[in-house]
Design a protein. Sequence first.
Length: 456
Amino acid sequence: MTHDTWGRVQSGLQKTVGKNNYSNWIEPLEFSGLRDGVATFLVPTNFMGNWVSQNFGDQIKQHLTNAGANVARIEFSVPKAGSRPKLQSKPSPEAEPADTAEATTGDLGGVPGAPLDPRFTFDSFVVGKPNELAHAAARRVGEGGPVTFNPLFLYGGVGLGKTHLMHAIAWELHRQSPELNVVYLSAEQFMYRFVQALRDRKIMDFKELFRSVDVLMVDDVQFIAGKGSTQEEFFHTFNALVDQNKQIIISADRAPGEIENLEERIASRLSCGLVVDLHPTDYELRLGILQQKVDQYRKQYRDLELAPGVLEFLAHRISTNVRVLEGALTRLFAFASLVGREITLELTQDCLADILRASDRKITVEEIQRRVSEHYNIRLSEMIGPKRVRTIARPRQIAMYLAKHLTSRSLPEIGRRFGGRDHTTVMHGVRRIEELKTVDNQIAEDLELLRRSLEA
Ligand code: ADP
Ligand code: MG
């Protein structure tokens, strides 16, 4: 993609976003480059980057794709002058002249990694009950020193802070031991690099590069599941580094054993270090995060007048994930700076109507399945799979019962989500639990407990 392409895309966007939005948000963007499917734009402030990403990100991506550019993601960065520099895989001290740093991060000259987000540090990570274990483990790894658990495997749902924690570890390691070669990248980028090396017949270089890192972090590893040769290569890289006693940190959206199409031996290798999960946020954590973001905003920009109760309201109503919570706050900040008056509860409700509507708490069948599997200590794949032994069939029926009562899904829809079962099977399951709960106290208790935790 060239700057010309961006020019054309820009004028296309003008039509879809409207004139005002265009001149406020789109026109100031400066196209900086496209690499590994990531299009980068320079923006004057982080705030603006967030805002554009939240509100126009999808449209920009769509337009770029329509124009023939191969864009998987867009990123915004603030030019070096004012802020901390955006670092390449091997963070280089600020004193180092920029061009030597460039020279070592050329295409195959240095170890390929992704830039670290300067905002994702331990300082800015709010700790609460749901993430305290993951945080403690990340802290420990960030201290460097002898490798105690390898790999550290962090897992949890979208937007719960996995990437944040990984970047924080990288920053901390860099601060304490700048000589270490710390490489952070997504599993997708790992695959991209691997495929590129295959194509260019540089696979030996690829292997050598990856085996020369001191700390390897691979984010969203579920991505390589089912991708045969990438999985294989990842496995070899992984083993080679573990053998050399190099620290590895992995994240995924679920536990190793729950990742579909991930080879058994890889899953079991991934589980042999420390596996910790980030639980869904609770009210206190959300409020803490909001408060911290507001403090940051005030430090960086200006006064922000928030009526009492606004943050509590948001923490209560937006319980999906932290990213959505941040998006809401970003919009509120933009709104505040535009209207220049106090943000009241009413204004908040107006300004965020769509987000609030979307996050009206809806329980999903998948969530029920996950919670019930955890409760009975069976695998999610077993819950959906064909096994009919009682220890699995009973939890499955309980999940069906809860799905019937806590979601608006029809029996056939529920059946489909249980590995394509017939609606009569679901009906039978639901009835069975209805009978059992009147005679079996344990089941009645379990149901009550599960219902309460799902509705929390
Ligand atoms: P994940 O990688 O798990 O999908 P991210 O690490 O990208 O999630 O987090 C999403 C956003 O939420 C980021 O902007 C991150 O800074 C923020 N975030 C998540 N958890 C916390 C936390 N405990 N404290 C502060 N910010 C958080
Ligand atoms: Mg992530």
